[in-house]
Unconditional design. Sequence first.
Length: 93
Amino acid sequence: MPKLLPFGVLLFLCFACSPEQDELNVRLTLEDREEIDRRVTAYMDSLRPLLDSLCTASMTDRIAIATDSIVQRRLEEEARLRARIPQNLRNDR
């Protein structure tokens, strides 16, 4: 059964995209839902350490990019505000 599940999902997805097919109404039993929940939980538990390590590894880069973006916006805002100041007021200082 576990070996047939990916094939069944692939087959379902292939037929789900066909425009001439009628709507398919699938009703899962409680046991089916529990089995799917167990599999998803096991899959997520195995993926979580990998995703956490990727997040930790890229955190420094993402913070640097966000900081650069914020600084760039502030510099652009400052340039716009300075452009609004009349030239004679700037020379009086």
